[in-house]
Design a protein around this ligand. Structure first.
Ligand SMILES: Cc1cc2nc3c(=O)[nH]c(=O)nc-3n(C[C@H](O)[C@H](O)[C@H](O)COP(=O)(O)O)c2cc1C
Length: 363
């Protein structure tokens, strides 16, 4: 099944493999597309992924969570983004922009010393900062920014957008009872915690029109005490599906829950596909395609996940950092990714760009 085409939301993927959003540290200091970023995406496109999702792109200057992350928060980025989508399209591949606001997980250093924005003032051990609880005006500004970013993505030629609602960033932090302690329209119970993603989705849909595909990436579980649970996450996505959402990607954890999102040492088949049980429930409950990401390494496990109805599409990040042509290699007969999940790729502060430290890179 892995190499069968898959059609939904108006496009056809040549196979079931998705390059999951992966921050590259290859934009310039101001977030503009560089030749190095284009070169990486051309390599990924030649490597055979059915769908390529960009590293998280910044929708508002208050949401910068990583240095040299891609930006989409102003029209000045459109010409560079257009060059990127044209390069991928020339190679007959599809490219989706992941839209993000870093929220509570933005290091103050990247915000010019300002406090990160969040639903509530819940200290983040990962950044060692306590964020500022957002005002109503700030909340609506960011909702508008998501809509504007989606409009720019569409204008720049992206085939779809993915709203980043996972991993503890701003949207995820509104959904999570751990980080959202408000008692107003935006928090207080499950219904009210849903309002922020609901309004972001509406703004994005309004900006791109009814036929443009909109995806989200969401936590099936925050993997820490008091976080969002599988049941609540499935309910939120069901509601977005009723509003017209086209696909969902499942992940889990936030920076505070440490390495549970990007798990190290996935060496045996039983360590792989670590959110597969959640995938099954999402798939049984929803009608839209489910992308399952986290620990996909061997072809037999990927086929098994598809055959057991735990996903429609297989998402991968680290294996494609090491081998951007992994989909083509799997198709030719390779059985397993070379990635050993050492997680050295996430310790990028001293690297000029994100790369696999196990091999000598020419790219
Ligand atoms: C270097 C690196 C950068 C990442 N950047 C993003 C990102 O920008 N957006 C996102 O949703 N997930 C990001 N992730 C998480 C991956 O998309 C994925 O959910 C996670 O790594 C588990 O999948 P894997 O086992 O295939 O690596 C990143 C992961 C790594 C290793």
């Amino acid at each position: 099944m892995l190499f069968e085409p898959f059609s939904f939301a108006g496009f056809t993927l040549k196979n079931r493999i998705v390059r999951s959003a992966t921050y590259e540290k290859r934009a310039d200091e101001d977030g503009f597309v560089t030749d190095s970023l284009i070169e990486l995406y051309e390599t990924l496109a030649r490597g055979g992924s059915g769908l390529i999702i960009t590293g998280n792109a910044l929708v508002h200057h208050t949401g910068r969570c990583l240095p040299q992350m891609l930006s989409i928060h102003s029209d000045i980025y459109i010409p560079g983004l257009r060059k990127l989508t044209e390069a991928v399209h020339r190679l007959d591949s599809l490219i989706i922009a992941q839209l993000n606001h870093g929220g509570r997980q933005c290091p103050p250093l990247l915000l010019g010393g300002q406090k990160p924005l969040a639903p509530s003032e819940v200290h983040d051990p990962a950044t060692r900062a306590t964020p500022k609880a957002m005002t109503n005006t700030e909340i609506w500004d960011i909702i508008d920014a998501f809509g504007e970013a989606a409009r720019r993505a569409q204008l720049s030629g992206f085939d779809a957008v993915q709203i980043h609602a996972a991993h503890g960033y701003l949207i995820s932090s509104f959904l999570s009872p751990h980080t959202n302690r408000r008692d107003d329209y935006w928090g207080g119970d499950e219904e009210r915690r849903f309002h922020f993603i609901e309004e972001v989705y509406k703004a994005v849909r309004e900006a791109v029109g009814e036929h443009y595909p909109v995806f989200i990436k969401i936590n099936c579980d925050d993997l820490l005490p008091g976080g969002i649970t599988l049941e609540e996450s499935v309910k939120a996505v069901s509601r977005l599906q009723a509003m017209g959402l086209d696909a969902v990607e499942i992940s889990g954890g936030m920076r505070e829950s440490q390495v549970k999102t990007i798990r190290p040492d996935i060496l045996a088949p039983e360590d792989e596909a670590y959110f597969r049980n959640a995938g099954k429930l999402f798939r049984q409950t929803l009608g839209i395609p489910v992308i399952l990401t986290g620990g996909m390494r061997s072809k037999t496990v990927m086929e098994d996940v598809l055959a057991k109805g735990q996903a429609d599409l297989i998402g991968m990040s680290r294996p494609l950092i090491r081998e951007p042509a992994l989909p083509a290699l799997l198709k030719e007969g390779k059985e397993k990714a070379d990635c050993i999940s050492c997680n050295k790729c996430i310790r990028f502060s001293r690297l000029s760009y994100v790369r696999c430290k196990q091999i000598k890179h020419t790219l």
